[in-house]
Design a protein around this ligand. Sequence first.
Ligand SMILES: Cc1cc2nc3c(=O)[nH]c(=O)nc-3n(C[C@H](O)[C@H](O)[C@H](O)COP(=O)(O)OP(=O)(O)OC[C@H]3O[C@@H](n4cnc5c(N)ncnc54)[C@H](O)[C@@H]3O)c2cc1C
Length: 495
Amino acid sequence: MLRTGAEYLAALRDGRRIYYGGERVADVTVHPAFRNTARSFARIYDRKREAEHLGAMSFAEGGEQFTSWFLLPRTRKDLEQRAECHRRVAEWSYGLLGRSPDHVPAFIGGMAMAPELFDANRKGFGRNLIDYFDYLKSRDLFACYLVLTPQGSRDPKMYRDTGTASPALAVVSEDSDGIVVSGLKLLGTSAVFSDEAWIGSLIPLGPDQIQEAVTFAIPINHPGVEIWVRESFELRASNKIDHFFSSQFDESDGVMVFDNVRVPWSRVFCHRDIPLMRDMYFKTPAHVMGNHQSNWRFAEKLKLMVGIAHRACDMAGVINIPAIQQTLGRLAAAEASLLGLMAAQIDQHQSLASGHVHVNRRFLYAALQWCASNYAQVAEEVRSLMGAGPFLLPADTSVFDNPQTRRTFEKYWGLPTASADERYKFIKMAWDLLGSEFAGRHTQYEKFYGGPPHIMDLYSFFNCPWNERRAAIDQIIKDMASADDLTAPQNQAAS
Ligand SMILES: Cc1cc2nc3c(=O)[nH]c(=O)nc-3n(C[C@H](O)[C@H](O)[C@H](O)COP(=O)(O)OP(=O)(O)OC[C@H]3O[C@@H](n4cnc5c(N)ncnc54)[C@H](O)[C@@H]3O)c2cc1C
């Protein structure tokens, strides 16, 4: 099934409990903090059905059509199709929707390639996982995930022990029907726009956190579940010219609150198994397939930023200065390097005994590390190229409503490379992406979405073939003359 945008929007009106401060949001599809972004997500559902996109965005199985982000890859061609699907979704949202509908299925699909791991915890959990993946796939559902315990309530051996009761989500009881959970989970990016939530933990749990060692899925409107969202940038955006991106691509972040929530066993995938809580991401292709989507999304955002850099220099009349061209060249080289790493992930894909394939782990983690470590610097560099440009403009679009201010603005603000009107639109758009509070959230997102920055380096540490690297060093040392050789007569003679 390929849902329409209208069907997707209708499903959001399901009585979900969302709190904006003290206000209970009745309907995200009409609320001014969410309605435009809800439509941006709906557009993804409509566009993938259009004739020009249908080939890349869907596949046939058993006489039915499904979205490509649910394709479990068995060949290089499958990986290419998935990559193109991620790329198009990212292009349609300028890489600004990090948790677009293709993100979480890539994780769960990665797990579905190795379901036996779950049965080792409890027989039937592997079946639950496959059934859940098929459930999402057959209904074309949108899932978010919250895989972090709250700050201040983590493994006391590694983190500060606050000595207070932990607010972390934990199992409070269980019976033959399922489990009951209470507590907080973070961070639900896109949760208010999703149909389903996957709840687990990507960070290691300590032995005394066994009640928190649970992974399950629930519908967003499940009884007892609330989402507490951060301040909305869309709400503050006055119009699509002054705030082009924040007015329609504010995916929202929220904490999920669980108050005695019942989860049936059929939706539980891990219970009281601390190693499996993480192994399901790292001993299956889940983490690499999920972050492959993140890489494509980042690449589209980077292309946009590189384009802004060039246009900004052109407008400021500095494009012919060699030092500026050098800066632009560095940005272009960074973009090309990332695209090269993306191609290598597919070119050197890896296979599983099950017959499935996944993207190359080392190239994936190299790309992830590069993106997380360099976004802030790239954004800063492009913003610098804009100089004082953003502060030379009138406050807002009302300048065009008054004939007198409009005439003056058009007379004095025009440039050889852009009319006053074009200059206004470009700079407002670029500042929304690179200098606004919305931009600040993106800088934080790019640094943390895949985990804290030190982990980004460690993924590459854990996946490097160190023995191979060290073998050459050991050989050189072995081939070197021994200490005895150094004092042999011919050496003495030579000296
Ligand atoms: C905008 C945004 C969206 C997000 N979306 C999602 C989502 O959709 N789903 C989800 O589950 N999570 C999401 N996350 C959460 C993300 O996974 C976490 O931010 C990340 O794992 C870091 O955890 P933390 O924020 O609790 O920071 P903490 O772990 O509390 O760290 C605080 C600071 O200490 C540093 N630090 C911590 N431990 C160490 C160490 N051992 N060595 C050195 N430095 C250390 C960190 O780098 C950081 O600077 C999102 C985060 C952001 C910012």
